[in-house]
Design a protein around this ligand. Sequence first.
Ligand SMILES: [Fe+2]
Length: 394
Amino acid sequence: MGLAMGGDGINAFVWAFCGTVVAGLLLLAYMRFESAWFRLAYASLPPTGGLSASAMEGERIPGVRGAPDAIRLRVGGARTPKGRKAGHIRVLHISDVHVGQLGVGMGRINGAIRRADPDMIAFTGDYIEKAEECGRFIRFMGMVGFGGPIFLCMGNHDHKAFHGQARRRRSASAASAASAASAAPARPGAPAIPAGLGAILDGACEAACGDGGCEGMRGFAEGIARAKPNAAVLTNGTETLHYDVRSGGWAEGPGEGVCAVSVTGFDDLRAGKMDAAKGLASRDMGADVRLAMAHNPDAVLGLPEKAFDYILSGHFHAGQIWTPFHLEYRMLRRERLSKMNVRKGLFGFPAGLLYISAGIGCVKVPLRFLARPEISVLDVPLPEADPARLNLRP
Ligand SMILES: [Fe+2]
């Protein structure tokens, strides 16, 4: 039995090894590149007035385990049209920023905002992964080049960040207490580790983190509002704005030719913070257009029929790193909609039309593969120019 490899065998092995390394490096470079190469996804949403999801045309997707069927709807062209559509408000939808692993620069984000020229911006959760990143996200918000209304709802990673911090502080306190008990006698004047309280790092976000992480979350929301006074974090609550159809801009209040647009933000479902009853009770039933924001798309399954006209969400990252047979969803996602192949784009549900963004940032690893980051431009139709409904003079 010969152990020595022939010259040809060694050459083949070296070539195969080098080829594999080069292919791996190219793949990694492409994945890194794709994290930064975001697309401006444009969707002209269909009107919902008088339409039930079952009456909409599109590819029907059967539900799973009690979930209602969904209808996959085709939306407008991939490019944002140059002009603005009359009788529509334009919503810029940004989801899953994950500021610690965001490959897209602020200049490109602000460039997209300038090009899209929206009426409002909706951020649908997952801004940070660690409490220490909250100052960074607050600075990010301060740099967002938009003076109109901005609404935010929280995602599972935002909650996890503060819960994680509370846990770390508790274990640090326990370790401190244990070591203090074993060290006899205790050194007088030794610094004590604060139990469950402390300033969140990074200077910009000073918040106390209580047992459930709620105090830290509240401080985070207040920090965002301080950095961006035109931004509001909605926690199972609603705000109503008024839009002047004729001038094509926000109005101070109701009046002739003015549409009421309500925005309801639900807290995160997976973190156990979504209070559907509270959010639904806060709705402005007199609004001409009712928008909702919920980080986790599964939130739509807990809402009653025709609860909202449009529901914006994210969470799935379009898989982030594509794998064959959708393994990234099968292995990493527990959501019912992901099992129904309802993962990105526009879908009709009994509760309303659901738009799922591919998100802009990355979770766990700063890479995307065949899942380009996306900033979505959604043209939302206002009620048809019904003079009586809009109180317009003929
Ligand atoms: Fe996310």
